[in-house]
Design a protein around this ligand. Sequence first.
Ligand code: HEC
Ligand code: HEC
Length: 175
Amino acid sequence: MKKTILLAVILLASSFSILSASDYKNYKRNINVETNQTYVNECASCHMAFQAQFLPKRSWNKMMDTLENHFGVDATLEKVDEDKIRKYLVDNSSDSKFAYGEMAEFANSISRSSTPLAISEVPKFKREHRKISKRLISQKEVKSISNCLACHTDAKEGLYRERNILIPNYGRWDD
Ligand code: HEC
Ligand code: HEC
């Protein structure tokens, strides 16, 4: 019975091209990660390639407009790369592409009147992370709450599953 429903959903989704087959697979795994080589090459040298689905278009546009002062560092790019990356981020933003699971919840918690540049400034992000002590964040193995990979062993895959959280010098998260 369940399989039939799933099949119907896939067929329906593919016939209306709401979800492609790979989107559907990702939906089941709660992820929505597209890779773009230019994005990874240029934007993942100082930190991980944050998933575009965490933020809306207006956030990515503002970020791409202010790369000369990007969180206190200069992250300016060649114009061709900047254009490619902007397009990739906007095309995959929370309000362009269907965002799934936790990513969608983060994005939905952003008020229409705000344009956050950091995922870690998003209301739902703050709520999810408020119970982590300052000491665990400032320790040298983590340094910053923006360092998703230090605790989320599956951050690169865009999964962020609770059972894959492993905080250095603390261990698994149980709440
Ligand atoms: C020269 C290093 C550098 C490069 C290159 C760089 N960034 Fe950053 N980025 C930073 C720093 C530093 C921070 C602040 C992180 C922190 O507070 O720990 C940051 C933060 C961010 C954040 C917010 C993280 C959070 O806390 O939610 C996003 C999103 C981001 N960068 C996207 C990008 C994008 C998109 C590009 C490519 C256009 C890029 N970055 C390139 C250094 C860089
Ligand atoms: C210091 C460790 C740490 C860092 C750094 C960190 N997180 Fe988390 N994150 C956690 C913990 C612990 C939870 C679980 C909170 C809870 O459920 O009580 C969590 C929860 C989440 C969740 C929800 C998962 C779920 O299923 O409930 C998402 C999504 C997430 N984090 C994304 C991020 C992103 C994106 C970054 C980087 C910008 C990040 N986190 C940085 C520790 C961390």
